[in-house]
Design a protein around this ligand. Structure first.
Ligand code: HAM
Length: 445
């Protein structure tokens, strides 16, 4: 029987009508709260991603978190770990089987087909951000609700697309201050050449199957490619000796892979070929890739993706090749923090410290004016001593404290204290926004 979860109790406040202590409800295993101390850096990373996507002319798409279960069985693959073990699937009240999305590529392609975006012709470049759900064993960098930042290009199988997206990704990682990462690429062939390779692999596996883990023994029969994706340490030596898919590519797939390599070289994007990189989802054709980052521990795959030229047809749409990736944002945040080159904004521009009842109205008016211009400003709600106000300003990481007391009201000039240096200057109320702009070097937030 499963061990009962540890229960913490919180006593009700004194005088509360609740007389019995209630057990505190905690978040679900593998999910977590992102607190205000963390969200500024998350927002900063998301802003950078949006900026880079925008520069490469990607547009945002938002698809539902809830999808029909069939969508993932048909795209991600009925024999993958995601579909067999990790999906949050439930029967809706009308008996329909629904699933919390474990990934978003299938949803994007579904939307592309459902809204006939292909009729517009040309290439569609789409991006998304949001939560995904997989019931995996939680550990550092691995959660049951995790976040992805992803992009998909639909409508062309040209190798330039693959190279351009990889260039964009390395540009984004550089903007986030990340330097220690490796891009691993491979080609998994197409419907023409892969079956031949799969047969060669199946045969090779017959000889070594008994030395592999139970899952691989099963996969050797049902889906031999999945063996290459096995994470069991003891299996790795045998897996390294298996035939390599790159040696079995047909002429078209070889040409495509050569094209991607040439374009990457031309763009100065560094990469390594990893012939075992088949990825954990079945929809891939031709290019597959991952970026790993040191300093992430066991879960070192920062992002992954590839080409999926048959996915649209697998989902009942027209022939429409695609290429894309998803960054694991939780892991990206660990890498960004580890690199330490990017900071989230957690300071405020000014704290309005007022003294004496008569100062409240002008202080509130100043705060309102600054806020409505977009400055991040806080003001005390109760009369307190100046020392207390300044200590609150400090706690809030205020860059300036604007002091308004009887003396300031009489002279018509407010004191503005630089919270970093302690230096103080007198400024007329109307000039405060210009003063902040001059000192902070930026406009309102
Ligand atoms: P994926 O490799 O399954 O690919 O996931 C992409 C990334 O999401 C991983 O590299 C990892 O960083 C992150 N990730 C996956 N599972 C977890 C987890 N349980 N906790 C934290 N992070 C996780 C896909 O999802 C494909 N849809 C990518 C793609 C887009 N291929 C083509 N287009």
């Amino acid at each position: 029987m499963a061990k009962p979860a540890r229960v913490r109790t919180i006593a009700p406040p004194r005088g509360s009508i609740v007389t019995k202590a209630l057990s505190a409800i905690r978040s679900v295993k593998g999910t977590r709260d992102l607190l205000p101390s963390e969200t500024p850096l998350w927002q900063r990373v998301e802003e950078e991603a949006r900026r880079v996507f925008d520069a490469y002319n990607f547009r945002e798409i938002r698809t539902p978190v809830l999808e029909r279960t069939d969508l993932f069985a048909r795209s991600v693959g009925a024999d993958t770990d995601i579909v067999t073990k990790e999906m949050y699937t439930f029967q809706d009240r009308d008996e329909e089987s629904l699933t919390l999305r474990p990934e978003a590529t299938a949803s994007v392609v579904r939307a592309y087909i459902e809204h006939r975006l292909f009729n517009e012709g040309g290439v569609h470049k789409l991006y998304y951000l949001g939560p995904m759900f997989r019931r995996e064993r939680p550990q550092k960098g691995r959660y049951r609700q995790f976040y992805q930042i992803g992009a998909e290009v639909l409508g062309s199988d040209h190798p330039t697309i693959d190279a351009e997206v990889l260039e964009m990704l390395t540009f984004l990682l550089a903007r986030l201050g990340l330097r220690e990462f490796s891009l691993l690429i491979n080609s998994v062939g197409c419907g023409k050449c892969r079956p031949t390779y799969v047969e060669v692999l199946r045969e090779a596996l017959q000889g070594v199957k008994s030395q592999l883990c139970a899952d691989c023994q099963r996969r050797a029969e049902t889906n031999p490619l999945r063996v290459l994706d096995c994470k069991v340490e003891a299996d790795q030596a045998q897996i390294a000796r298996l035939p390599r898919i790159v040696d079995y590519l047909c002429a078209d797939c070889r040409k495509h892979f050569d094209g991607v390599e040439a374009e990457l070289a031309q763009r100065g994007v560094a990469y390594e070929i990893n012939p075992r990189l088949v990825r954990g989802l079945d929809y891939y054709t031709r290019t597959t890739f991952e970026i790993t980052s040191s300093g992430l521990g066991a879960q070192n795959a920062l992002l992954g993706g590839g080409r999926y030229d048959g996915l649209s047809e697998m989902l009942g749409g027209p022939s429409s090749p695609g290429f894309g990736f998803a960054i694991g944002q939780d892991r990206l945040m660990l890498a960004v923090e580890h690199a330490g080159n990017l900071k989230g904004e957690n300071s405020i521009a000014a704290y309005v410290a007022w003294l004496g009842d008569g100062a409240f109205r002008p202080a509130a008016e100043l705060a309102r004016g600054l806020r409505q211009q977009g400055w991040r400003v806080e003001i005390g709600y109760e009369p307190v001593k100046l020392s207390k106000s300044l200590s609150v300003a400090n706690k809030l990481h205020a860059r300036y404290a604007i002091i308004i007391g009887e003396g300031e009201l009489a002279s018509g000039r407010y004191q503005i204290k630089d919270m970093g240096t302690g230096r103080q200057e007198e400024v007329e109320p109307a000039r405060v926004p210009a003063y902040l702009k001059e000192k902070l070097g930026t406009g309102p937030v």
